[in-house]
Write a protein that binds this ligand. Structure first.
Ligand SMILES: *Cc1c(COP(=O)(O)O)cnc(C)c1O
Length: 418
């Protein structure tokens, strides 16, 4: 385990978390390099024998050092914006391992990705396909594509992160996709390469993936009969992680369940994991500012808030919370809340925790995915630093924002200055 107690102090690899807090203050995100590597290799090992590609979903954690660590292990990138492509290129991604998803790609983003020479666009609508064909024409290129189909399976996860149902905004109905494929196949500046689906996130059993894959295999067969042969089958991301007591499948289990059917059809498998690579490679460290006891409740008021880690407020998500200094006695049920002026600003509710005092540090576990990337400056709070540990060394990989950073780019027009 990358995060464990040694001599009563929580460590990340061989560095005491307390040591970092003393040097840079709180709150901050902390990532383990060894855990990141482990996360990628679980996929590359499973996929290597099949010739498949792992395209890390950049939106889960897009820090340049995190991306660099992941690309160095052989992964490519799944991007959803021009900004993510910029980050991935900056971190040295191989463009031939980049796939581009998203329902609202702009012409500018399409042109940028075409010039970068990405592997393929995961096209989400017929109109997008037409626009991409036009953009590719004006760039003098052929745009490689997969069509994102909607297999209509229920991944049994939180509705906000469930993306493969018929009523969702993502993808094209699998039935309708055949005529879109035929249209794409006849377009001058489009090259049909594959099929894509992504059914949701934090999925903890293998069956929704296998159901979706079966529907996609049937589509691949029908397309073949229609004279359209695909090279890639991209089954998206979505494998869950253990936040509390979930037991998600391993990448290997999933690959083993479908790889023979892929091989039989001559399609290479692409996977787009985000959370399962970075989620448990990161924690969020925060300090208790005040212990507030009311008749009904105890509140640990901490310096980290919903703007830093949105998942509890947004999805009522559970994150385990551990004291940085190990406590073995005294338990209390408390709410862990931030300083923001919203009742939704909590990191945990009705949680059994040790009896702690002002000034003590807490580690919010499993915070490596959708943590920093969803953070904002709400309440004019500077965004927190990010730190990466490699064995007994640690590196600030993003600095804490300053008050000047908060107002960068803002201007008061002349007429208000009188
Ligand atoms: C968000 C997303 C992913 C990553 O999902 P995880 O649950 O983090 O693995 C992959 N592909 C697409 C298209 C996505 O939108």
């Amino acid at each position: 385990m990358a995060f464990s107690y040694k001599n009563g102090e929580l460590h990340c690899e061989d560095v005491p978390v307390k040591e970092i807090a003393e040097k840079i203050g709180t709150p901050f995100y902390l990532y383990s390099y060894s855990e990141l590597k482990k996360g990628v290799s679980a996929y590359t090992k499973a996929l290597n024998a099949t010739g498949g590609i792992v395209c890390y979903a950049v939106k889960a954690n897009s820090n340049l050092a995190v991306l660099r660590a992941i690309f160095k292990e052989g992964a490519g990138a799944d991007i959803v914006s021009g900004g993510e492509l910029f980050r991935a290129l900056r971190a040295g991604v191989d463009p031939k391992k980049v796939v581009f998803a998203g329902v609202g790609k702009t012409e500018k983003e399409m042109a940028y990705a075409l010039r970068a020479g990405i592997l393929m666009f995961n096209v989400e609508s017929e109109e997008e396909l037409e626009v991409l064909n036009e953009v590719a024409k004006s760039e003098g290129k052929k745009a490689p594509i997969a069509i994102r189909v909607n297999p209509d399976v229920d991944p049994q996860t939180h509705p906000y992160i469930s993306t493969g149902l018929k009523e969702s905004k993502f993808g094209i109905d699998i039935e309708e996709s055949i005529k879109v494929y035929e249209k794409a196949n006849n377009m001058e500046n489009i090259e049909v390469l594959g099929v894509h689906c992504h059914i949701g996130s934090q999925i903890t059993s293998i069956s929704p993936f296998v159901d979706a894959a079966q529907r996609v295999f049937a589509l691949i067969d029908r397309l073949k009969e229609a004279g359209i042969t695909l090279k890639f089958m991209d089954i998206g991301g979505g494998i869950g992680i253990t936040y509390k007591n979930e037991t998600p499948p391993s990448p290997e289990e999933l690959v083993n369940a479908i790889k023979d059917e892929c091989a039989r059809r001559g399609v290479k498998l692409i996977m787009e994991p985000g959370r399962s690579i970075v989620g448990n490679a990161g924690i969020f460290v925060t300090k208790i500012l005040y212990v507030k006891k009311k008749a009904e409740k105890t509140f640990y008021i901490v310096d980290g808030a919903m703007n830093d880690l949105a998942r509890p407020a947004l999805y009522n998500a559970y994150h385990e919370i551990k004291p940085v200094r190990e406590h073995t006695t005294g338990r209390i049920v408390a709410d862990v809340v931030g300083p923001i002026c919203e009742t939704g600003d909590f990191l945990a509710r009705k949680r059994e925790l040790p009896l702690l005092k002002r000034g003590e540090l807490l580690a919010v576990m499993s915070a490596g995915a959708y943590g920093f990337t969803m953070s904002s400056n709400y309440n004019s709070r500077p965004r927190v630093p990010e730190v990466m540990v490699n064995r007994d060394q640690w590196f600030v990989v993003r600095e804490r924002e300053s008050y000047e950073d908060l107002v960068r780019g803002e201007k008061i027009p002349e007429f208000l200055m009188e």
